[in-house]
Ligand binder design. Structure first.
Ligand code: MLT
Length: 413
């Protein structure tokens, strides 16, 4: 008899973004005459063409595969050396952060990494996530058995939720001394969904907390390219002590427009430890290396060449221009919402604008209201957790014309 992973049966609902897509499809089927007018600012999916340097590099890589002399078969499971070196140099050492080439692990994106990393950690870890939170962290932990049952009204038993509210500026605070200490803490800055960025002092407090409790920080920096706040770390390794207790997740999805191409990476410094039940410290770096070499043959050669090209002088200029473009969209959306009297957060160092729903609307109700009356798709805050109720998220990943149209339509509903 084959047994099922019963942890999957605890999952409370479908994943957030397919549920949104389902509702949009249902609306379009119901009102086909309006379907063409729908503007999608729900899922944060990029719309603009890839940087030319990445396209050229990928085309060149395909040409190499067409010749016996330059053909490539299996690559290293953790990524080609030159690509790891370009990343370690470009994203870390050039900024004064000591990260070795072999501390970079290429993958098909940070969504997978945030869950896959749990494979090298024991069962029974107490997991902390912010509320609201990117739902992939939560669902992956449910699947791995790190939570109990779903709670009516939202959340899972056994998971520690760090409330992020208007009162604390939507930034996670370290738990009080008398609260049970989590073993693994997911932090995301610039934050998805609220668009807020964590300041240096708060990041330092988290690293101190992790040291005190021998906990791990999972630092999701997928939106790092949007962070231009000099007071907010772009990498957790800017914080002293982070090399011992933090794993960072990065993505080319939102910087290089790779949501469809798929490439990201984890940074796992050799000094990061976890513990056996007997209390012996074990370095995670060899385990993560082992995991990749056993469970994957790595990211496709052509995609890695595309990612590597983002670190050339031209590639960096193109990434900057792409990010500037979406940031201008975010400004238009944020200021447009503010002019309408909506209270907003984010959108300054992140491609997401987080808004309070107008009085009398809950998150899903306002989602439906905007879909039906403005043909604009947003993401209901409640989909990110209980503390997201009463808010909605607008993604700045769209064409300029669509973003301007969204602001005009919002003014009419
Ligand atoms: C989002 O909309 O939250 C993201 O695009 C989802 C993701 O990156 O997987």
């Amino acid at each position: 008899m084959a047994y099922v992973n019963e942890h999957y049966l605890k999952l409370a609902a479908g994943y957030l973004f397919p549920e949104i897509a389902r509702r949009v499809t249902a609306f379009a089927a119901d009102r086909p005459e309006l379907a063409k007018e729908i503007i999608r600012c729900g899922i944060g999916d990029v719309t603009e063409p890839l940087p030319a340097s990445a396209i050229r590099a990928m085309c060149g890589a395909y040409e190499e595969l067409a010749n016996r002399a330059t053909f490539k078969g299996y690559g290293p499971g953790t990524g080609y050396e030159s690509v790891r070196a370009a990343i370690a140099e470009g994203d870390f050492r050039a900024r004064g952060l000591a990260i070795a080439d072999d501390e970079i692990f290429l993958s098909d994106g940070s969504k997978g990494d945030c869950g896959n990393i749990l494979e090298i950690l024991g069962s029974g870890n107490r997991i902390a996530v912010t509320d609201p939170v990117y739902p992939a962290y939560v669902d992956a932990n449910v699947m791995f058995g790190n939570t109990g049952a779903a709670i009516v009204g939202g959340g899972y038993e056994g998971m520690t939720y760090l409330p992020c509210t208007a009162e604390n500026g939507f930034l996670a605070e370290v738990p009080s001394a008398d609260a049970p200490a989590p073993d693994i803490i997911y932090l995301c800055s610039p934050n998805n969904p609220t668009g807020t960025v964590m300041d240096r002092a708060r990041a330092e407090a988290w690293i101190a907390y992790a040291h005190k409790h021998r906990a791990l920080i999972f630092w999701d920096a997928a939106y790092e390219a949007y962070n231009r706040d000099p007071n907010a770390p772009k990498s957790i390794y800017e914080i002293e002590g982070a090399h011992d207790c933090a794993i960072e997740f990065r993505s080319f999805s939102k910087s290089g427009g790779f949501t469809g191409v798929r490439c990201g990476y984890t940074v796992l410094p050799k000094r990061v430890m976890a513990y056996t039940r007997a209390g012996t410290a074990v370095a995670l770096h060899p385990l993560w290396t082992r995991r990749w070499n056993t469970r994957s043959n790595g990211v496709s050669y052509t995609v890695q060449r595309g990612a590597e090209a983002l670190y050339t002088a031209e590639g960096k200029r193109e990434v900057r221009a792409l990010v500037d473009f979406y940031m201008e969209n975010a400004r238009i959306l944020r200021e447009g919402c503010e002019r309408l009297g909506l209270k907003t957060w984010g959108g300054e160092h992140a491609p997401y604008v987080w808004c309070a729903t107008p009085a009398g609307h809950d998150s899903w109700g306002f989602f439906e209201h905007l879909l039906r009356n403005a043909r604009v798709v947003t993401t209901p805050g409640a989909g990110f957790g209980r503390c997201g109720e009463g808010y909605f998220r607008i993604s700045a990943f769209n064409s300029r014309a669509n973003v301007e149209e969204v602001v005009r339509r919002l003014a009419r509903v």
